[in-house]
Design a protein around this ligand. Structure first.
Ligand SMILES: [Zn+2]
Length: 354
Protein backbone atom coordinates (compact mmCIF):
# COMPACT_ATOMS: atom_id res chain seq x y z
CA UNK A 1 0.00 0.00 0.00
CA UNK A 2 1.21 3.51 -0.77
CA UNK A 3 0.83 5.32 2.55
CA UNK A 4 2.18 8.50 1.03
CA UNK A 5 -0.71 8.66 -1.43
CA UNK A 6 -3.14 8.02 1.39
CA UNK A 7 -1.60 10.81 3.45
CA UNK A 8 -1.68 13.22 0.50
CA UNK A 9 -5.29 12.40 -0.36
CA UNK A 10 -6.37 12.78 3.21
CA UNK A 11 -4.63 16.19 3.45
CA UNK A 12 -6.27 17.33 0.21
CA UNK A 13 -9.68 16.07 1.25
CA UNK A 14 -9.39 17.85 4.56
CA UNK A 15 -8.49 21.09 2.86
CA UNK A 16 -11.25 20.84 0.24
CA UNK A 17 -13.68 19.75 2.94
CA UNK A 18 -13.11 23.04 4.71
CA UNK A 19 -14.95 24.66 1.87
CA UNK A 20 -17.69 22.00 1.82
CA UNK A 21 -20.03 24.63 3.24
CA UNK A 22 -19.84 26.32 -0.14
CA UNK A 23 -21.15 23.08 -1.67
CA UNK A 24 -18.16 22.35 -3.89
CA UNK A 25 -17.07 19.08 -2.31
CA UNK A 26 -19.27 16.11 -1.52
CA UNK A 27 -18.53 14.66 1.88
CA UNK A 28 -17.99 10.94 2.46
CA UNK A 29 -15.27 8.57 1.33
CA UNK A 30 -15.21 9.45 -2.31
CA UNK A 31 -11.87 8.73 -3.99
CA UNK A 32 -9.72 11.74 -4.75
CA UNK A 33 -9.50 12.20 -8.50
CA UNK A 34 -7.11 14.26 -10.63
CA UNK A 35 -9.78 17.00 -10.97
CA UNK A 36 -9.95 17.28 -7.17
CA UNK A 37 -6.20 17.70 -6.96
CA UNK A 38 -6.28 20.38 -9.66
CA UNK A 39 -9.10 22.19 -7.88
CA UNK A 40 -7.14 21.97 -4.64
CA UNK A 41 -4.01 23.34 -6.31
CA UNK A 42 -5.84 26.27 -7.87
CA UNK A 43 -7.57 27.13 -4.61
CA UNK A 44 -4.27 26.99 -2.71
CA UNK A 45 -2.38 29.03 -5.33
CA UNK A 46 -5.04 31.73 -5.40
CA UNK A 47 -5.06 32.01 -1.57
CA UNK A 48 -1.27 31.90 -1.38
CA UNK A 49 -0.70 34.76 -3.82
CA UNK A 50 -3.01 37.02 -1.79
CA UNK A 51 -1.37 35.92 1.48
CA UNK A 52 2.14 36.58 0.17
CA UNK A 53 1.26 39.91 -1.42
CA UNK A 54 0.09 41.20 1.95
CA UNK A 55 3.20 40.07 3.84
CA UNK A 56 6.36 39.56 1.80
CA UNK A 57 8.27 42.71 0.74
CA UNK A 58 10.01 40.74 -2.02
CA UNK A 59 6.80 39.49 -3.60
CA UNK A 60 4.96 42.78 -3.13
CA UNK A 61 7.68 44.45 -5.18
CA UNK A 62 7.75 41.62 -7.74
CA UNK A 63 3.97 41.79 -8.26
CA UNK A 64 4.03 45.57 -8.62
CA UNK A 65 6.87 45.40 -11.17
CA UNK A 66 5.17 42.65 -13.20
CA UNK A 67 1.71 44.22 -12.89
CA UNK A 68 0.28 41.18 -11.11
CA UNK A 69 -2.95 41.82 -9.23
CA UNK A 70 -2.94 39.29 -6.36
CA UNK A 71 -6.74 39.06 -6.39
CA UNK A 72 -6.81 38.02 -10.05
CA UNK A 73 -5.41 34.46 -9.89
CA UNK A 74 -8.40 32.48 -11.16
CA UNK A 75 -6.69 29.93 -13.42
CA UNK A 76 -3.37 28.11 -13.81
CA UNK A 77 -2.73 30.39 -16.78
CA UNK A 78 -3.12 33.48 -14.57
CA UNK A 79 -0.68 31.91 -12.12
CA UNK A 80 1.87 31.14 -14.84
CA UNK A 81 2.17 34.88 -15.56
CA UNK A 82 3.82 35.49 -12.18
CA UNK A 83 7.59 35.89 -12.68
CA UNK A 84 9.90 33.14 -11.39
CA UNK A 85 11.70 33.33 -8.07
CA UNK A 86 15.41 32.56 -8.47
CA UNK A 87 17.83 31.22 -5.84
CA UNK A 88 19.83 34.47 -6.09
CA UNK A 89 16.73 36.39 -4.93
CA UNK A 90 16.96 34.66 -1.55
CA UNK A 91 20.73 34.74 -1.02
CA UNK A 92 21.49 37.28 1.69
CA UNK A 93 17.87 38.50 1.76
CA UNK A 94 15.68 35.75 3.23
CA UNK A 95 13.94 38.25 5.54
CA UNK A 96 12.28 39.84 2.47
CA UNK A 97 10.44 36.53 1.97
CA UNK A 98 9.29 36.06 5.55
CA UNK A 99 5.56 36.40 6.01
CA UNK A 100 5.49 35.93 9.78
CA UNK A 101 7.10 37.88 12.63
CA UNK A 102 10.47 36.60 13.82
CA UNK A 103 8.93 35.36 17.06
CA UNK A 104 7.11 32.65 15.09
CA UNK A 105 10.21 31.35 13.30
CA UNK A 106 11.25 28.04 14.85
CA UNK A 107 14.19 26.89 12.75
CA UNK A 108 16.24 28.08 9.79
CA UNK A 109 18.02 25.75 7.37
CA UNK A 110 20.96 26.69 5.15
CA UNK A 111 21.68 25.20 1.76
CA UNK A 112 25.44 25.18 1.50
CA UNK A 113 27.60 23.99 -1.31
CA UNK A 114 27.79 24.98 -4.92
CA UNK A 115 25.61 28.06 -4.50
CA UNK A 116 26.13 30.75 -1.91
CA UNK A 117 24.23 30.03 1.25
CA UNK A 118 20.47 30.14 0.92
CA UNK A 119 18.64 30.36 4.20
CA UNK A 120 15.03 29.22 4.59
CA UNK A 121 12.87 29.55 7.71
CA UNK A 122 10.15 27.29 9.08
CA UNK A 123 7.61 27.34 11.90
CA UNK A 124 7.28 24.38 14.26
CA UNK A 125 3.98 23.37 12.60
CA UNK A 126 5.66 23.32 9.20
CA UNK A 127 8.41 21.00 10.47
CA UNK A 128 5.79 18.76 12.08
CA UNK A 129 4.06 18.48 8.72
CA UNK A 130 7.34 17.58 7.02
CA UNK A 131 7.86 14.86 9.64
CA UNK A 132 4.35 13.48 8.96
CA UNK A 133 5.01 13.32 5.21
CA UNK A 134 8.38 11.59 5.79
CA UNK A 135 6.65 9.05 8.05
CA UNK A 136 4.13 8.28 5.28
CA UNK A 137 7.01 7.82 2.84
CA UNK A 138 8.98 5.54 5.19
CA UNK A 139 5.81 3.52 5.79
CA UNK A 140 5.44 3.11 2.02
CA UNK A 141 8.96 1.68 1.93
CA UNK A 142 7.97 -0.86 4.55
CA UNK A 143 9.36 0.67 7.76
CA UNK A 144 7.45 -0.95 10.64
CA UNK A 145 7.61 -1.80 14.32
CA UNK A 146 10.69 -3.94 14.94
CA UNK A 147 12.70 -2.18 12.22
CA UNK A 148 15.77 -0.08 12.87
CA UNK A 149 16.46 2.92 10.65
CA UNK A 150 20.08 4.05 10.67
CA UNK A 151 20.31 7.76 9.83
CA UNK A 152 23.68 8.83 8.47
CA UNK A 153 23.38 12.58 7.98
CA UNK A 154 25.96 15.00 9.26
CA UNK A 155 24.99 16.06 12.77
CA UNK A 156 23.06 19.28 12.95
CA UNK A 157 21.76 21.59 15.62
CA UNK A 158 18.36 20.80 17.16
CA UNK A 159 15.61 19.86 14.75
CA UNK A 160 18.03 19.14 11.90
CA UNK A 161 17.35 16.71 9.02
CA UNK A 162 18.61 13.78 11.13
CA UNK A 163 16.15 14.59 13.91
CA UNK A 164 13.19 15.07 11.52
CA UNK A 165 13.80 11.65 9.97
CA UNK A 166 14.23 9.99 13.37
CA UNK A 167 10.90 11.42 14.55
CA UNK A 168 9.26 10.12 11.36
CA UNK A 169 10.70 6.64 11.99
CA UNK A 170 9.24 6.67 15.48
CA UNK A 171 5.80 7.52 14.08
CA UNK A 172 6.14 4.31 12.02
CA UNK A 173 6.81 2.44 15.27
CA UNK A 174 10.42 1.77 14.29
CA UNK A 175 13.61 2.63 16.15
CA UNK A 176 15.88 5.33 14.79
CA UNK A 177 19.63 5.33 15.29
CA UNK A 178 21.39 8.54 14.32
CA UNK A 179 25.01 7.69 13.54
CA UNK A 180 26.09 10.95 11.93
CA UNK A 181 28.51 11.22 9.07
CA UNK A 182 31.75 10.05 10.58
CA UNK A 183 34.13 7.17 10.03
CA UNK A 184 32.87 4.57 7.58
CA UNK A 185 34.11 1.67 9.69
CA UNK A 186 32.01 2.83 12.62
CA UNK A 187 28.86 2.97 10.51
CA UNK A 188 29.20 -0.70 9.63
CA UNK A 189 29.90 -1.57 13.29
CA UNK A 190 26.72 0.30 14.28
CA UNK A 191 24.70 -1.69 11.73
CA UNK A 192 25.85 -4.91 13.34
CA UNK A 193 25.30 -3.57 16.85
CA UNK A 194 21.77 -2.26 16.30
CA UNK A 195 20.46 -4.79 13.79
CA UNK A 196 19.78 -2.07 11.22
CA UNK A 197 17.11 -2.92 8.62
CA UNK A 198 16.94 0.39 6.73
CA UNK A 199 19.61 2.96 5.87
CA UNK A 200 19.37 6.60 4.88
CA UNK A 201 22.30 8.78 3.90
CA UNK A 202 23.81 10.72 1.04
CA UNK A 203 24.59 8.86 -2.18
CA UNK A 204 28.41 9.04 -2.12
CA UNK A 205 28.58 8.20 1.57
CA UNK A 206 26.36 5.14 1.25
CA UNK A 207 28.30 4.06 -1.80
CA UNK A 208 31.55 4.25 0.17
CA UNK A 209 30.06 2.26 3.07
CA UNK A 210 28.76 -0.34 0.66
CA UNK A 211 32.25 -0.96 -0.70
CA UNK A 212 33.70 -1.15 2.78
CA UNK A 213 31.07 -3.59 4.08
CA UNK A 214 31.62 -5.87 1.13
CA UNK A 215 35.37 -5.74 1.67
CA UNK A 216 34.90 -6.80 5.30
CA UNK A 217 32.49 -9.56 4.33
CA UNK A 218 29.73 -7.81 6.29
CA UNK A 219 27.24 -7.44 3.47
CA UNK A 220 23.83 -9.13 3.70
CA UNK A 221 23.31 -7.91 7.25
CA UNK A 222 19.54 -7.93 6.85
CA UNK A 223 19.21 -4.44 5.41
CA UNK A 224 16.07 -4.44 3.28
CA UNK A 225 15.95 -0.83 2.13
CA UNK A 226 18.49 1.90 1.47
CA UNK A 227 17.40 5.50 0.83
CA UNK A 228 19.96 7.36 -1.22
CA UNK A 229 19.39 10.96 -0.34
CA UNK A 230 20.89 13.99 -1.92
CA UNK A 231 21.18 15.21 1.64
CA UNK A 232 21.54 18.94 1.93
CA UNK A 233 23.84 19.21 -1.08
CA UNK A 234 23.59 18.13 -4.67
CA UNK A 235 24.50 14.54 -5.46
CA UNK A 236 23.02 13.09 -8.64
CA UNK A 237 21.40 9.67 -8.32
CA UNK A 238 23.21 7.22 -10.48
CA UNK A 239 21.69 3.89 -11.57
CA UNK A 240 25.09 2.21 -11.34
CA UNK A 241 25.21 3.18 -7.65
CA UNK A 242 21.72 1.73 -7.18
CA UNK A 243 22.78 -1.56 -8.79
CA UNK A 244 25.89 -1.80 -6.67
CA UNK A 245 24.06 -0.99 -3.41
CA UNK A 246 21.30 -3.54 -4.17
CA UNK A 247 23.81 -6.20 -5.16
CA UNK A 248 25.84 -5.85 -1.97
CA UNK A 249 23.05 -5.40 0.59
CA UNK A 250 20.50 -7.64 -1.08
CA UNK A 251 17.76 -5.06 -0.47
CA UNK A 252 16.22 -2.28 -2.52
CA UNK A 253 17.76 1.15 -3.04
CA UNK A 254 15.50 4.18 -3.41
CA UNK A 255 15.97 7.60 -4.91
CA UNK A 256 14.70 10.60 -3.00
CA UNK A 257 14.25 14.27 -3.91
CA UNK A 258 14.14 17.28 -1.64
CA UNK A 259 16.07 20.48 -1.15
CA UNK A 260 16.37 22.99 1.68
CA UNK A 261 14.29 25.53 -0.26
CA UNK A 262 11.52 23.12 -1.19
CA UNK A 263 11.16 21.68 2.29
CA UNK A 264 13.53 18.69 2.42
CA UNK A 265 11.02 15.99 1.48
CA UNK A 266 9.35 16.44 -1.90
CA UNK A 267 9.34 13.08 -3.68
CA UNK A 268 10.48 9.51 -3.16
CA UNK A 269 10.40 6.21 -4.99
CA UNK A 270 8.13 3.38 -3.87
CA UNK A 271 8.93 -0.35 -3.97
CA UNK A 272 7.93 -0.40 -7.69
CA UNK A 273 10.96 1.90 -8.36
CA UNK A 274 9.28 3.54 -11.31
CA UNK A 275 9.59 7.25 -10.66
CA UNK A 276 9.40 9.31 -7.50
CA UNK A 277 5.98 9.98 -5.96
CA UNK A 278 5.47 13.71 -5.43
CA UNK A 279 3.85 15.18 -2.32
CA UNK A 280 1.13 17.00 -4.24
CA UNK A 281 -0.56 18.17 -1.05
CA UNK A 282 2.36 20.50 -0.34
CA UNK A 283 3.87 21.25 -3.74
CA UNK A 284 2.69 22.51 -7.10
CA UNK A 285 5.28 21.65 -9.74
CA UNK A 286 5.68 23.11 -13.22
CA UNK A 287 8.21 22.00 -15.82
CA UNK A 288 9.67 24.76 -17.98
CA UNK A 289 12.27 25.21 -20.68
CA UNK A 290 15.40 26.13 -18.70
CA UNK A 291 16.48 28.66 -21.34
CA UNK A 292 13.24 30.43 -22.22
CA UNK A 293 11.13 29.73 -19.12
CA UNK A 294 8.24 28.60 -21.36
CA UNK A 295 5.94 25.86 -20.03
CA UNK A 296 6.66 22.45 -21.58
CA UNK A 297 4.20 19.77 -22.67
CA UNK A 298 3.34 17.07 -20.10
CA UNK A 299 6.11 14.47 -19.98
CA UNK A 300 8.75 16.68 -21.56
CA UNK A 301 12.09 17.06 -19.84
CA UNK A 302 12.80 20.48 -18.37
CA UNK A 303 13.50 22.48 -15.23
CA UNK A 304 11.35 21.82 -12.16
CA UNK A 305 9.68 24.94 -10.79
CA UNK A 306 8.19 24.70 -7.30
CA UNK A 307 5.46 26.48 -5.42
CA UNK A 308 5.12 25.57 -1.75
CA UNK A 309 1.39 25.34 -1.04
CA UNK A 310 1.16 25.18 2.73
CA UNK A 311 4.13 27.08 4.09
CA UNK A 312 3.20 30.28 5.88
CA UNK A 313 6.60 31.34 7.23
CA UNK A 314 8.59 31.59 4.01
CA UNK A 315 6.50 30.37 1.09
CA UNK A 316 8.07 30.33 -2.36
CA UNK A 317 6.24 31.00 -5.60
CA UNK A 318 7.41 29.54 -8.90
CA UNK A 319 10.88 28.81 -7.53
CA UNK A 320 13.42 27.72 -10.14
CA UNK A 321 15.20 24.67 -8.77
CA UNK A 322 17.73 24.29 -11.58
CA UNK A 323 16.92 20.56 -11.43
CA UNK A 324 16.17 18.84 -14.72
CA UNK A 325 13.57 16.09 -14.80
CA UNK A 326 10.20 15.15 -16.28
CA UNK A 327 6.80 14.43 -14.75
CA UNK A 328 5.16 11.02 -15.09
CA UNK A 329 1.39 10.61 -15.08
CA UNK A 330 -0.64 7.42 -14.82
CA UNK A 331 -0.79 4.50 -12.43
CA UNK A 332 2.44 3.29 -10.83
CA UNK A 333 3.23 -0.39 -10.33
CA UNK A 334 2.39 0.08 -6.63
CA UNK A 335 -1.19 1.02 -7.56
CA UNK A 336 -0.90 4.71 -6.66
CA UNK A 337 -2.09 7.27 -9.18
CA UNK A 338 -0.35 10.31 -7.80
CA UNK A 339 1.98 12.36 -9.94
CA UNK A 340 5.53 11.08 -10.23
CA UNK A 341 8.80 12.55 -11.45
CA UNK A 342 11.90 10.96 -12.90
CA UNK A 343 14.97 11.10 -10.71
CA UNK A 344 16.95 14.29 -11.20
CA UNK A 345 20.17 13.62 -13.11
CA UNK A 346 21.33 17.13 -13.82
CA UNK A 347 21.32 20.52 -12.16
CA UNK A 348 21.74 23.89 -13.80
CA UNK A 349 23.69 26.37 -11.75
CA UNK A 350 23.00 30.02 -12.35
CA UNK A 351 25.56 32.06 -10.54
CA UNK A 352 26.03 35.79 -10.54
CA UNK A 353 23.14 36.61 -12.87
CA UNK A 354 21.26 39.78 -12.14
ZN1 LIG B 1 4.55 3.65 -6.74
Amino acid sequence: MNFLEEWIHSAIKQSLGESAASGNFPTGNRKIMREDIERYHLQKLSELVKYIAARSPFYRRLFAKADVNPGDIKSFEDFSKIPFTEPRNIIGKPHLFCCLPQSQIFRGFSAEGTLDSIRVFYTKDELDRIVASIAAALGTLGLRKGDVLQIMFSPEAEWGCDYLVSRAAEICGARAVVTGHGLLEEQVDKMVEHGTTMLIGSNPYIYAITGLAEGRGLDRLGIRSVILSRGCSYFPFDESIREEVERVWGGKAYDHYGTIETGLAVAIECPAQDGLHINEADFFIEVVDPETGEALEPGEEGELVFTTLNRRCMPLLRYRSGDISRLIKGRCGCGAEMLRMEGVKRKILRIGEE
